[in-house]
Design a protein around this ligand. Sequence first.
Ligand code: TMP
Length: 214
Amino acid sequence: MIFITFEGPEGSGKSTQIKVLQAYLIKSGFSVVKTREPGGSVIAEKIRRILLDPKSRAMAPETELLLYLASRAQHVKDKIRPALKNGKIVICDRFFDSTLAYQGYARGFSGKLLTSFNNFATGGLKPDLTLYFDLDIKLGLKRAQKRTGKKDRLEAENKAFHEKVRKGYLTIANMEPGRIKIINALSSIEEIAGKVAMYVDRKLKNAEKHNRPR
Ligand code: TMP
């Protein structure tokens, strides 16, 4: 059916909104699969552990990139494509835009290389709708650490790194305004949930109109 992704920095409140959206869609009669990246399927979750382990500090940027893509390749095959084929709405916490923002804009890999590697990993699967939660970096990191009490490997990167991630997201969002919607993560939970539901309803109506097979 349709593929929705949530993007944004650490602590932007996307997990809360994913849960709210899932409940809203189920109540409206849809069948929903909620998942996340890195991870989302058995093998992909094993790769996630390596990626986020604070002990993996010495990981080369090339290894990091390939592991994110390896996780994605497995996840798309095991879970996302089968669910879409079965008429489900897939909600995924992070997808390729994270790779573009973190490994592209922040780590410095070229967008062309990333797009080509990503197409190889996913067979060209693209989200129908992406909700990007925008938030001041310092605030986001504070919120993320308050929640978990510790930093994972990516959260431990410095402020300049996270600033680049944010700028990257904003650039990507401005390049694809049809697919990516920017949401102010500082608005109230109810206000954000209302916006998210509006964007999703619009996409669903559109998908119904076109009823395109995948
Ligand atoms: P999270 O599940 O807590 O959001 O952690 C995932 C981390 O991995 C987060 O810091 C963003 C990062 N990430 C990348 O750097 N590249 C990617 O392609 C993905 C999916 C996530």
